[in-house]
Design a protein around this ligand. Sequence first.
Ligand SMILES: *[C@@H]1O[C@H](CO)[C@@H](O)[C@H](O)[C@H]1NC(C)=O
Ligand SMILES: *[C@@H]1O[C@H](CO)[C@@H](O)[C@H](O)[C@H]1NC(C)=O
Length: 280
Amino acid sequence: MIKLSTILTSLFYLLPIYIFLIAPALRQFFPEESHTFDPDEDTVDLEGPILNDTILSLDDGITVTCPPDTYRVQILRHNPLVIYIEDFLSDSEADHLVKLSENSYTPSIIYDGTTEKIDPTTRLSDRALLPRDTTVRCLEARAKAFQGWRPHLYIERMWAQRYNASGHYRHHYDWAGSSARGGDRASTFMVYLGDECRGGGTNFPRFKRPRDERWCRFVECEGEHEGVTFRPVKGNAIFWENLRPDGTGYPETWHAAFPVTEGTKVGLNIWSWYQPPRRR
Ligand SMILES: *[C@@H]1O[C@H](CO)[C@@H](O)[C@H](O)[C@H]1NC(C)=O
Ligand SMILES: *[C@@H]1O[C@H](CO)[C@@H](O)[C@H](O)[C@H]1NC(C)=O
């Protein structure tokens, strides 16, 4: 009969052998799928993105001629990288997109990881899917170029967001922190299309306020609010990275749309979806 102590003794010796010899050998022969960002990674994206063109602005062979870029940039901070962009859209582009969205607004939804629902205490605004006309396609191209045409990055279909008085969006992340949906939002451009409002700032409570008062053109330099609050300025945009190089989300990107107290704010989200390459 085998004694319990004999079993325990064998385990004592076998466990290290497994951990230090067998497991590494297995990893060598059966590598796990890589989910890290590596722009130079030369794996082929075998099947293209999992998500289809109801969610992503996929290449459909249509090419457009776009005006030259005329925006100016300031880096606000690193890790996560946050860049303020002046005149990302011209006035006429912003006006055009507002007009393009006008007849297709529906209540905004939130996604809690499993289902999509309407919840005015968390988010009160209306949203409109923008058809991919020339202006929208040029904006897709601008957003990709801004990010150095990073591989495996897809621009999501763009939605205009309209906030009436009392419209808001409570603090949240744009990233999910997992590739459960076949990818995650690597970066966000928060673009202001219409700024005829009071309130409605975009607040990042975990960012440190910039010291130089030249920033006061774009961020609230007075007031009680925590962190950095960007004022809505038509045509301007905030760009930030949501994901670390290893694909986990930055907790610093926790942000909110403060309530509009008067008038209407129109915003535009440009999300870049990172879809890790899959290997056969
Ligand atoms: C695209 O995906 C959505 C769900 O994400 C699905 O409802 C729709 O049927 C799909 N369309 C096509 C053409 O596959
Ligand atoms: C915002 O105002 C428009 C126009 O008056 C209205 O149709 C829409 O329902 C309002 N949206 C919200 C969320 O209150």
